[in-house]
Design a protein around this ligand. Structure first.
Ligand code: CMC
Length: 428
């Protein structure tokens, strides 16, 4: 059996054979299919890229029908149980789990970059007290490009790696300063004796004590959340990272763009939207009416549904479990019962069952963040920190891929064609 596709163009009666590789055909192979010699050639129309592979990638594998997520072949459940965020960041970047020496070196390489230039502090002070944390975060990440002009040398793998380490190291510091800014507190410098997430908690919550005492349960819960959020193949934010990066801009500018994509409520902004939705529903008694409203198209059940997962998001299962661990320390988030009731009703309802809508990673994560003391505006920032590891790994892979060029989709033009300019006095 040949791995080819035979296409008959009924406009001309001509037949074409195009190769099939990895279950795909090359869109450019369709260009030779023409109705006439002047014809541009056939294109595909795929708004929102629902059935188009934009790259070859060896980083993250998802089987959405059965709810499988693997980083470099390692199941997310095993990584969440045994690994650390920085080990996972190494795995995403280099393709293999590190040896003890490699991990020590990698951690040192990251830790030495956790400090921010003092002018970043001044820059951040310029934001209004009530600025949305995600707006502050993505603007500040973009501003880093002005501090590191050598990051423009994107075709030098060593330069890329240096700035990748900086981005992984500095995003928690920027996030913590963002939080301190919006809560009116002084900024706390990193304490590099602590673990990656321990230091993050220190920068967020340290007050006047000499040394911040990290709660090990919260430290581990944050580590697990960071692992779960680290990468998710070609989602909206990662696609933005690759698309912007394909212009050969520096990685800080590309990461700011990826973070902007993540900010939206259909993507990483859903964790904030879930909490707002729960507040709006108010009590369990109001759940059936809310669900009926969703079914009538009056709004969405935020934290439900996914472009790729048509079964339970494997990350959501782990987040749900992590929530119970955190609540042991912080006390139960009163919204948990409401979320459980929403999930119970939705999973039994024909509307959600027939559309294969299940809880996604954002459904329960906000409950944990809220229990840790964050206002909903911070939630997506907490998603963006670990997703940085995925963005930079995907960006590095892009720059190693000989198939890639500047991203530039085609369009089907639906507007007017050439017409004469109309002077103002003659316009209707
Ligand atoms: N509530 C109610 N109906 C929904 C929902 C939802 N959350 N999600 C999808 N549907 C319906 C949708 O209206 C459509 O119905 P119909 O066939 O009758 O028109 C059907 O299910 C298929 O949905 P779709 O809009 O074609 O699916 P999509 O792949 O374009 O969108 C999604 C995926 C995640 C944007 C969408 O499910 C959604 O808006 N969910 C809520 C927002 C959310 O939780 N986003 C976080 C995603 S996971 C983390 C991340 O990516 O950052």
């Amino acid at each position: 059996m040949a791995d080819t596709l035979t296409i008959t163009d009924n406009r001309t009666g001509k037949q074409y054979e195009v190769p099939i590789t990895d279950g795909t055909i090359r869109a450019l192979d369709l260009r030779k299919i023409k109705a006439s010699a002047e014809d541009f050639g056939l294109m595909t129309y795929d708004p929102a890229f629902t059935n188009t592979a934009s790259c070859r990638s060896a980083i993250t594998y998802i089987d959405g029908d059965v709810g499988v997520l693997e980083y470099r072949g390692y199941p997310i459940e095993q990584l969440a149980e045994h690994s650390s965020y920085l080990e996972v960041a190494y795995l995403l970047m280099f393709g293999e789990l590190p040896t003890a020496d490699q991990l020590t070196q990698w951690k040192q390489g990251i830790t030495q970059h956790t400090l921010l230039h003092e002018n970043i502090k001044h820059l951040m002070r310029g934001f209004r007290y009530d600025a949305h944390p995600m707006g502050v975060f993505l603007s500040t990440v973009g501003a880093l490009s002005t501090f590191y002009p050598d990051a423009k040398q994107v075709d030098d793998p060593e330069v890329r790696l240096r700035h990748i380490a900086r981005l992984i190291a500095k995003t928690p510091s920027i996030a913590a300063y963002t939080y301190r800014h919006t809560t009116g507190r002084f900024y706390v410098y990193p304490d590099n004796d602590l673990s990656f997430t321990g230091n993050f908690l220190n920068m967020l919550f340290k007050m006047t004590e000499a040394k911040y005492a990290v709660n090990p349960v919260l430290e581990r819960a944050l580590e697990v959340l960071f692992i779960l959020h680290a990468d998710h193949e070609q989602n909206c934010g990662t696609n933005a990272m690759r698309s912007i990066g394909s212009s050969e801009v520096d990685p800080y500018s590309a990461t700011a763009g990826a973070a902007a994509a993540l900010y939206g409520p259909l993507h990483g902004g859903a964790n904030e939207a879930v909490l707002k939705m729960l507040e709006q529903i108010g009590s369990k008694a109001n759940v059936p009416a809310f669900i009926e409203g969703v079914k009538k198209g009056e709004g969405k059940l935020m934290g439900f549904g996914h472009r790729v997962y048509k079964s339970y998001d494997p990350r959501a299962k782990i987040v749900k479990q992590a929530a119970y661990d955190v609540f042991e320390v912080t006390g139960k988030n009163p919204q948990l019962d409401l979320a459980l009731e929403l999930e119970r009703i939705a999973l039994e309802d024909e509307y959600f069952v027939s559309r294969r809508l299940y809880p996604n990673v954002d459904f329960y994560s906000g409950l944990i963040y809220q229990a840790l003391g964050f206002a909903p505006g911070m939630f997506t920032v907490l998603f963006a920190i670990p997703r940085t590891a995925g963005w930079v790994a995907q960006w590095d892979e892009l720059h190693r891929d000989a198939d890639q060029k500047i991203a530039r989709p085609r369009q089907i033009y639906t507007g007017h064609r050439t017409r004469a300019y109309v002077p103002m006095e003659q316009r209707a």
